[in-house]
Every structure is written in C-alpha cells, then in structure tokens.
Ligand binder design. Structure first.
Ligand code: AMP
Ligand code: MG
Length: 271
C-alpha cells in the first residue's frame, strides 16, 4: 500500500508560499501515529532492500538533499529514515561554514566532490542551497551574484541527472514555535546541550527573511529532474514517514536490476 505523497512536491514553475504549508500537517495518516510508525518500519525495511539492490546493481545513484532551519530535523531524518541501512553504500556529507580553501573556489566545488558514485546513496546535510539562503539573508555577496545562482544550480542538477544521478530534495518545514521549543530543549536538557549554538538565535531572529529565501530558492529550482518536497516537520513521526515514502518511491522508480547470475552456479551444490 502506497500513500500518495506527491502533494508535498513543489511543481516546477509554480510559486511557493510556505504560509500555505502547515508544519503540523499529519493529514495522510489522519494523525494516527501508531499506524504511521508501523508503516515507517515497513518502509525502513524496504529502503534497506532497495539500497542493497542499488549497491549490487552498481549502475545508478541517488542524491538526497536535506535543508531546514536550525533544529528542523535534518539529523533526525538521517537517524530514523536510514536506520539499519548498510553504511557501506551510503555517504553523508555535512556542509558547514565554508573553509578558506572552499571560499577560494566557486560554491559548487565543495559539493560536487560529494556526489554519489555508482551504487551509492549520498545524503547532503545542508548543501549548495546555503549559497542562496544564508548567503542571501546575511548579504554575504551582492544580490546579482546569488540571484544568478538559481540558474547555475538548475543546470548543475540537470547535468547530474543527465549523467545518471537521481535527485530528491527535502525541505523539512518546521514552524517558528516548534523551533523555539526545540532550541529551548537544547538549553534545558543536559543530553541535548551539545547541540546548542548561540548563533542559532541570530538566524531565528531572521526567520521571515529565511522563509522568503527558501520560498524563492525552492520555487526557482524545483524541476522534473530534481524536485523539491516541502515535508511537514513539526511532528517527527510524520516527517520521517513522509521522507521515507518519498525516498522509497524514488528508489522504486529506478527499476533496479540485480546483475545477471553466472550460469555456472545454477544448481551448484557445495561439498
Ligand atoms: P549546523 O549545520 O547547525 O552545524 O550549522 C552549520 C552552519 O553553517 C549553518 O549556520 C549554515 O548556515 C552555515 N553554512 C553552511 N553553508 C554555508 C555557506 N555556504 N556560507 C555560509 N554559511 C554556511
Ligand atoms: Mg545548528
């Protein structure tokens, strides 16, 4: 049974208003957390199978881009959705503030090195999109420069697609109140304090600027080859479910074929 999660896909060429996307939405499962968790477990098993087949086939590759505000759930998705998936075929790349060598080059240089190889799934925790998000919000380069990046990004992703990489981009959409609660927990819960970063408050203060930046970046770069999904993020269980459904559907769409069996081993019995 597959639930249709295409409602969360941002159709190419359309405008995006995040205010119209409820971060608390749980509609596909009518708020039924237990049923959703069961479904999620099944999807997780399916993802494991599909990843192994992708690896065995060794011909195709999947790139997953994760973007969100701070505390938006990128780490949570990585942990839950990919739980149990063989780390051998999965590569995670986190993109932080660029280092001097990264800043000395074009902004796609550092991400390009982390594209998946044949048979691999690569997950980008933040990405080249930071170069049209944080860079825009903080005025780190002139508007004319970040604005022309939308076209670069569309072309870069089209090239990856044409050369055999399937791309899925997930924006984990949390509400501002939910972010307050999650950041507060990072202060109150000793186990979460390591995640606290006072810089997050500065970003939070620019919430509306970020929403505008996300809306434009997502709308301008959601293409048939590299679609964006706006995933409701306030309920972790629903977020994980939606992300899992989207990724399983993407892998199932690849028509993965296991390598042909060596005829010499047909019916072979080992002594
Ligand atoms: P975190 O993922 O919470 O550890 O934070 C990483 C930080 O690096 C975030 O504040 C990002 O906005 C920032 N960052 C990532 N990429 C860039 C970039 N290209 N330029 C400036 N800041 C960036
Ligand atoms: Mg952070």
């Amino acid at each position: 049974m597959h639930t249709d999660f295409s409602r969360y896909r941002v159709e190419p060429g359309t405008e995006l208003s995040l205010a119209d996307h409820d971060p608390r939405d749980t509609s596909a499962f009518a708020g039924d957390k237990d049923a959703a968790k069961k479904r999620c477990k099944k999807l997780n098993e399916r993802l494991e199978e599909l990843q192994e087949a992708l690896y065995a086939e060794g011909r195709q590759r999947l790139l997953v881009v994760l973007q969100a505000m701070d505390a938006g759930g990128k780490d949570g998705v990585l942990r839950s959705v990919f739980d149990g998936v063989n780390p051998q075929g999965v590569r995670v790349a986190c993109f932080k503030k660029p280092t001097p060598p990264e800043l000395a080059r074009d902004y796609l240089w550092r991400v390009h090195q982390h594209v998946p190889a044949n048979g691999e799934i690569a997950i980008w925790n933040r990405s080249h999109y930071e170069d049209v998000l944080v860079v825009r919000v903080h005025g780190l380069c002139p508007e004319a420069h970040w604005r022309r990046r939308f076209d670069h990004i569309v072309n870069f992703e089209r090239m990856l697609h044409d050369e055999g990489t399937t791309i899925v981009k997930l924006f984990l959409h949390i509400g501002k109140d939910e972010q307050r609660e999650r950041l507060q927990e990072r202060i109150d819960d000793p186990k979460k304090r390591w995640k606290w970063n006072s810089g997050d408050l500065d970003e939070r203060a620019r919430w509306n600027d970020y929403m505008a930046a996300f809306e434009e970046a997502i709308a301008r770069t959601s293409t048939a080859e590299a679609p964006w999904y706006v995933v409701p993020g306030d309920r972790n269980w629903y977020r994980d479910l939606v992300a899992s459904e989207i990724l399983v559907a993407a892998l199932e769409g690849l028509d993965i074929r296991l390598p042909a069996v060596d005829p010499a081993i047909q019916g072979l019995r080992l002594e």
